[in-house]
Design a protein around this ligand. Sequence first.
Ligand code: FES
Length: 101
Amino acid sequence: MNKPAKHILVCGSMRIKGEPMGTCCRKGSLDLLQYLEMEIADRGLSDVTVSGTGCLKLCDKGPVMVVYPEGHWYSEVNEEAADEILEALSEGKAVEKYLIK
Ligand code: FES
């Protein structure tokens, strides 16, 4: 695998001891991570990768997702929002209604 052009981070709510306990996890972020993995593959987005992270410290806005290198932070991301974000990503755009400003 080459270095990806875009990196999506999904809050997995991981804490120091490794167990997912935070808000994003309770709101389905781990299922969202799996969904994004499948969608990225299905859409043939070979220059995009996704990773789960520890708590991104914006718990009240969860599930939180970040797209780099753009630095777009998204709140309350579900599968429908993820679809919109992936479509916009292909065009180099953000989805304003989910952006954390
Ligand atoms: S648990 Fe996701 S931002 Fe804190």
